[in-house]
Design a protein around this ligand. Structure first.
Ligand code: BT5
Length: 265
């Protein structure tokens, strides 16, 4: 088993109907999300995946840099849900649930979800999700979901110092390397299953996501939206907003676009 992605083996044993039937592999790419958006604009079908060994301009929300060393799982998928824009907003919770379930069931890790789109192990980020919707006049043309999972590398050797206390990897948590093609297959299969259930009934995903959300009920620091403040995390509502109780007992809703939260443990 190689610690790197083996592109010829990505579809081996893959039991999906549509997801991953078309895979565009790059050894190096700017961002698999940007490539997927280009392909979607040219009409690529639902389930098309872009995947890379490494990304040189991998990004998160609002252009935040996403470090993508060799040994990680960096991919994006094109979805074309026949849903309203409001319902499609909640799609961002589907990959978090898929990754959390796979890491728990197949790698026996204790996982948490953290608003808006992180999966944590040992309180540190192991996976980030980025969702970009393209619409025309209230109609969803496509959504590109990007998923990054820190896999076969040690954070202290491969990531900048600034992330060493906040990030972790499968190698750090398991003490050894995993088969990346297997991890990809497991996530893709679970993602497809959850996505088609979501399309049938978009209301149920949030409850599943919240079942991993141990930051709820804890005090969190909110930063990035011009102001910084603390509050008790009460809930994530159907619009995907985080509902906080402030010190003066008022409640406040914050939206994911611009802010990050840090749990005060
Ligand atoms: C995210 O953004 O967490 C979304 C990350 C999505 C990455 C995937 S990889 C495939 C696809 N192609 C892309 O270009 N992106 C997607 P956000 O919530 O904004 O978090 C970004 C923050 O996470 C950064 O500002 C860093 O603090 C931290 N970070 C960067 N790289 C990391 C890593 N590999 N592991 C853990 N934390 C990281």
């Amino acid at each position: 088993m190689s610690y790197k992605l083996e592109p010829d083996r990505l579809q081996e044993g893959l039991r999906t109907r549509r997801f991953g039937k078309n895979i565009v592999y790059s050894r190096k790419v700017g961002s698999t999300n940007d490539l997927a958006k280009e392909l979607a604009d040219y009409g690529a079908v639902e389930g098309t995946v872009t995947i890379a060994e490494t990304q040189y301009t991998g990004h998160g929300r609002l252009g935040a840099k996403w470090f993508s060393p060799v040994g990680g799982l960096w991919f994006s998928i094109i979805l074309r849900p026949r849903l309203s824009v409001n319902d499609s907003v909640r799609l961002v919770f589907v990959p978090g649930v898929a990754v959390a379930q796979v890491l728990k069931e197949f790698y026996e890790l204790e996982v948490e979800t953290k608003w808006p789109n992180d999966v944590l192990v040992s309180g540190r980020k192991i996976c980030g999700v980025l969702s970009k919707m393209n619409t025309t006049g209230g109609k969803v043309n496509y959504v590109v979901i990007g998923i990054g999972v820190n896999g076969n590398f040690q954070v202290k050797l491969s990531m900048p110092r600034s992330l060493r206390k906040t990030a972790t990897s499968l190698e750090d948590e398991l003490g050894g390397k995993v088969c990346l093609e297997e991890l990809f297959r497991l996530i893709l299969e679970r993602l497809e299953h959850l996505y088609y259930s979501f399309v049938e009934d978009p209301s149920y995903i949030l409850e599943k996501w919240k079942s991993y959300a141990s930051f709820l009920g804890q005090v969190v620091e909110v930063s990035g939206d011009k102001e910084e403040f603390e509050g008790l995390a009460l809930d994530v509502d159907q619009d995907g907003a985080l509902v906080l109780q402030l010190e003066d007992a008022n409640s406040k809703r914050v939206f994911a676009g611009a802010v990050t939260i840090r749990v005060k443990r």
